[in-house]
Design a protein around this ligand. Structure first.
Ligand code: ATP
Length: 923
């Protein structure tokens, strides 16, 4: 289970379900006869009164799981010490000790401790960032309170509440079904993933409560149907609460980025050790003592191991996650941020993602007539159509204070009925209903059997091509029923095409009055036959503002967009075209055509550059398209909202669920949840993903760059056989690696996006964070220039004091002070070069001037800290003592003052050359 799964939808409370044994005993027997259960729970099918529910909430506490605060941190802290890098450093410390340099050994141990502490704090923070996201996705429950339907936070559910469970809902308390039937997926409790039917029908079942036919349980999901239930237990008293293990989190997944960087640091460490060990005999042969040679080897290792890298990466990803959440995209895994950055294809729904999902019927087609709902509607058949369509709904129309809830298509039809003066109240609609055949993404229609004044009628609404085959007649202008002949079908198709071309969504409405004495059909195929077509209702669903811009930006970024929708092809194509997806007259692949396409043909179709509208697509189609795209090497972001979309959401590289309109099942399967359901947010997320990845490269570059000026001094010392005194001490390296370097690196992780970030093609899946270009730039260019500069400064200082190779510089010698100043120049020189590197690392290609010198204030603060820290190491006597430094004069400072500008200038020049080279053709 992911971090956010169980606690997310249930809310995590500190106090669980509160004390049992309140007024409506929490330990009721859920399997006693319904009347007794209602009595014991002191409730009724009309639900609790709001005030009573509020009182029970105080008694029972919020409906949430108490997170077992397992003290995991000692283990996590310990894990930091068993990391390969920590072990490597520990070996170095032991060697230092054995080699007779205890001060160095202590310093390396301090590094290990500091590093582990730092990594631990970062990791905890990152984890908290993901946990906190739960707050962005409050789960809700539909209940009946005070006799009215209401949507309340799932946390406020209490025993005795009448809870409505429908397809796609996550059941959020243990409850007994009082009316209706549902299929539920019990896998969270039983591990068995075959959905089972639960209904109010009594059935004799002995054994576990989980097998009871009329009970549903918290933590399970409803995969079909709808039922009214009465809540028997909430919070920690539910079956889910009892399975305490469920509240434990699974192991955190390591992101590909982390794995890659881990591998890279590991390789670097091995190289460092091999070089260190190889130089041991050389050092000894060149006349160094063993202890000096060992000290040298340790210096090499410590200089090369990028200690702070992994924690900084984790932190950058966590910051990315937090920022995305603020922008409306809740990401459940840190690693999703980097995947987002390499997205190449977005497969999106139409309704509600590209459009607003706010529908209004604007035109009505009746056999032989066509009406505009904006003008006078004087054909009585319009009222018949509207009333039939409105009775075939389950949505709740808006009342004075409450907005409507339910399927926007149905809300549009309820609105039409109200406008035409044939409003249908939910109470009358539900009390007259004898049977309902729910809407389903496969059949694309819905039917009900209603009873009015003793007369039964079937009412059907749905996609015209699925309703028309069920119709044999149509309603003539005089209210007569006449056969639906070919001429009428042609006229119908003609109007349908016209509406669709205008982007209108069209529903056909039909009915059949049953003969007296005929009973309500129990089976769908019997009900939906011999219908009389009443007409068509065409509705607008305007494109969302901002989507066209987002589509343009995605195209700029080399991302292709396919629309996969349940709607009619021409309608979907018209909307897609309005927002800029696909060409005019572009490819539309309807459901049946897709079914007939072989896998190879589908692969070929998707390999082209066209953007395709997959219309009348079944939920399975999404999975198939997703698989084909991924097989073709694409990185796919796929949106979805229904229960059936879950497999495709899981299978896509980034499954995107809708936070508002989506079902709980889809939200759970997805990697990213859009709290605003807006397509534009996906593009924003891609942009953020690209930026985070870019920034990781920036600080990797920055951290790698100064390994060269740290290593070169040791090489010169060893290769000269000690004739050149050691230009940099190991402690000084540590002061750089752990003191001066960290804050600017963190600041680079927050760098704003480089211009043109979304004008580049997506990063290929195989591009790692650490590539050849990056290493060349880090080691050869930035590192090389820095090494030459600092060594120049070192030798210049020594020569100024009259030093010649081989002269003694140790304590007591005449040159000792000059030597201390010279090592201080090396140290301060590296810091100066780091500043130049930090500015250079801010951009990958662009000139620093185009992004502005002062646009990352965090970096400026980081550099200020770096300078203050360096000044303290150089000028305060206790630190001078520890780090072996000496105060520098103004003239000496003047030597290193230009270093930052030279390092940055060299890189700026290189970038200028790269920019002038003809651009590599983009895929
Ligand atoms: P998308 O897949 O982009 O979200 P959609 O909402 O149009 O688009 P579905 O919900 O699968 O996709 O609907 C498919 C078709 O079924 C619609 O075009 C419409 O004709 C019909 N339909 C939608 N909702 C209902 C409903 N509540 N009752 C009957 N028919 C419906």
């Amino acid at each position: 289970m992911t971090t956010t799964a169980a606690p997310k939808d249930r809310g995590v409370s500190g106090d669980g379900a509160g004390p049992p044994g309140g007024p409506a005993g929490a330990e009721v027997n859920a399997r006693e006869p319904l009347a007794e259960l209602f009595r014991d729970l002191r409730t009724s099918p009309q639900g609790l009164a709001g005030r009573e529910a509020a009182r029970r909430l105080v008694v029972y506490g919020p409906n949430g799981l108490t997170r077992r605060t397992v003290r995991r941190w000692p283990a996590e802290l310990l894990a930091q010490f068993t990391q390969p890098l920590a072990i490597l450093l520990a070996v170095a410390a032991a060697l230092a000790w054995a080699g007779g340099t205890p001060a160095l050994a202590i310093a390396v141990v301090a590094v290990i401790l500091l590093n582990a502490g730092f990594a631990f704090v970062q990791e905890m923070q990152a984890e908290r960032a993901v946990d906190a996201l739960a707050a962005f996705l409050p789960a809700t429950a539909r209940v009946v309170r005070d006799g009215l339907h209401a949507e309340i936070p799932a946390r406020d559910l209490v025993p005795g509440d009448v809870l409505i469970v429908a397809e796609g809902d996550r059941v959020c308390a243990d409850a007994r079904i009082i009316d209706g039937a549902v299929t539920v997926d019990l896998s969270a409790l039983t591990g068995e993933s075959m959905p089972v039917v639960r209904s109010s029908e009594p059935a004799e079942v002995t054994g576990s409560a989980l097998d009871a036919h009329d009970l549903v349980f918290s933590g399970t999901t409803c995969t079909g149907g709808e039922a009214h239930t009465v809540v028997t237990r909430t919070g920690m008293l539910t079956e889910l609460g009892r399975i305490a293990a469920l509240s434990q989190r699974g192991p955190t997944q390591r992101s590909p980025l982390e794995t890659q960087v881990r591998r890279a640091t590991w390789i670097i460490a091995i190289v460092a050790v091999v070089v260190g060990v190889a130089f041991l005999p050389i050092g000894v042969w060149a006349g160094l003592g063993w202890s000096a040679a060992i000290g040298f080897a340790i210096g090499l290792i410590v200089a090369n191991v990028p200690e702070g890298l992994l924690p900084i990466i984790t932190l950058a990803l966590a910051a990315g996650v937090r920022e995305l959440a603020r922008k409306g995209a809740v990401v459940k895994r840190l690693s999703a941020v980097e995947t987002l950055g390499s997205t190449t294809v977005i497969c999106t729904d139409k309704t509600g993602t590209l459009t607003e999902n706010r529908m209004t019927v604007t035109r009505i087609w009746l056999p032989g007539a066509e009406l505009d709902t904006g003008g006078p509607v004087d054909d009585p058949r319009a009222g018949v159509l509207a009333a039939a369509a409105a009775s075939c709904t389950t949505a709740q129309p808006p009342t004075g204070t409450q907005p409507g809830s339910g399927d926007p298509t149905e809300l549009a039809l309820l609105g039409l009925a109200a406008d035409l003066g044939v409003a249908v109240t939910p109470a009358a609609r539900d009390s007259g209903r004898r049977a309902v055949f729910h809407f389903d993404g496969h059949v694309k229609r819905m039917s009900v059997v209603d009873e009015t004044a003793g007369i039964l009628a079937v009412r059907t609404k749905g996609a015209p091509e699925t309703v028309l085959p069920c119709c044999t007649h149509l309603l003539g202008p005089d209210g007569d029923s006449r056969p639906l002949d070919d001429a009428a079908r042609r006229e119908l198709q003609h109007s349908l095409d016209r509406y669709a071309a205008g982007g209108l969504r069209v529903l056909a409405v039909a009915q059949r009055i049953l003969d007296p004495g005929e009973s309500a059909p129990a089976r769908r195929e019997n009900a939906e036959a011999g219908l009389t077509l009443l007409g068509l209702a065409a509705m607008v669903d305007p494109a969302r503002p901002g989507v066209a811009e987002a589509v343009a930006s995605a195209h700029q970024a080399g991302i292709r967009i396919h629309v996969i929708t349940g709607d009619y092809g021409p309608t979907a194509a018209a909307i897609a075209h309005q927002v800029g997806v696909g060409r005019d007259g572009g490819r539309i692949v309807a459901g049946e055509e897709l079914d007939q396409l072989s896998d190879t043909s589908l692969d070929e179709l998707l390999a082209g550059h066209d953007e395709i509208v997959f219309a009348r697509a079944s939920p399975e189609a999404k999975l198939r398209i997703c698989e084909a795209l991924r097989a073709g090497g694409q990185i796919v972001a796929m949106t979805g909202d229904g229960v059936n979309d879950a497999p495709a959401l899981r299978h896509a590289d980034i499954g995107v669920a809708m936070g508002r309109s989506g079902t709980d099942v889809a939200r759970e399967a997805a990697t990213m949840v859009l709290t605003d359901d807006n397509f534009a947010t996906i593009v924003v997320a891609v942009d953020a993903g690209r930026r985070v990845f870019d920034n990781v490269r920036k600080f990797v570059l920055y951290i790698f760059a100064h390994a060269v000026p740290e290593v070169v001094p040791f090489l010169i010392f060893a290769l000269s056989g000690g004739a050149v005194p050691l230009p940099l001490t190991v402690l000084q390296i540590l002061a750089i690696d752990l003191g001066t370097e960290t804050l600017p690196a963190l600041a680079l992780g927050r760098e704003p996006a480089e211009p043109g970030l979304m004008n580049r093609p997506p990063r290929p899946r195989t591009t790692g964070v650490i590539g050849r270009t990056l290493l060349l730039r880090a080691w050869l260019l930035l590192g090389g220039v820095s090494a030459v500069l600092v060594m120049g400064g070192y030798f210049y200082t020594l020569w100024q004091a009259g030093w010649h190779p081989g002269d003694p510089t140790g304590p007591g010698s005449g040159l000792h002070h000059a030597y201390l100043q010279a090592t201080t120049i090396t140290f301060a020189g590296i810091v100066a070069c780091q500043i130049g590197t930090a500015f250079a690392a801010r951009t990958d290609r662009a000139s620093l001037f185009t992004i502005g010198l002062f646009t990352n204030p965090l970096l400026l603060w980081g550099i200020l800290f770096e300078l203050v820290f360096t000044a303290a190491v150089i000028y305060t006597p206790p630190l001078q003592h520890i780090f072996g430094t000496a105060s520098l004069s103004w003239t000496q400072l003047a030597v290193i003052a230009p270093f930052p500008i030279i390092v940055w200038g060299a890189d700026e020049l290189a970038r200028w050359v790269i920019r002038r080279r003809p651009a590599v053709s983009s895929p």
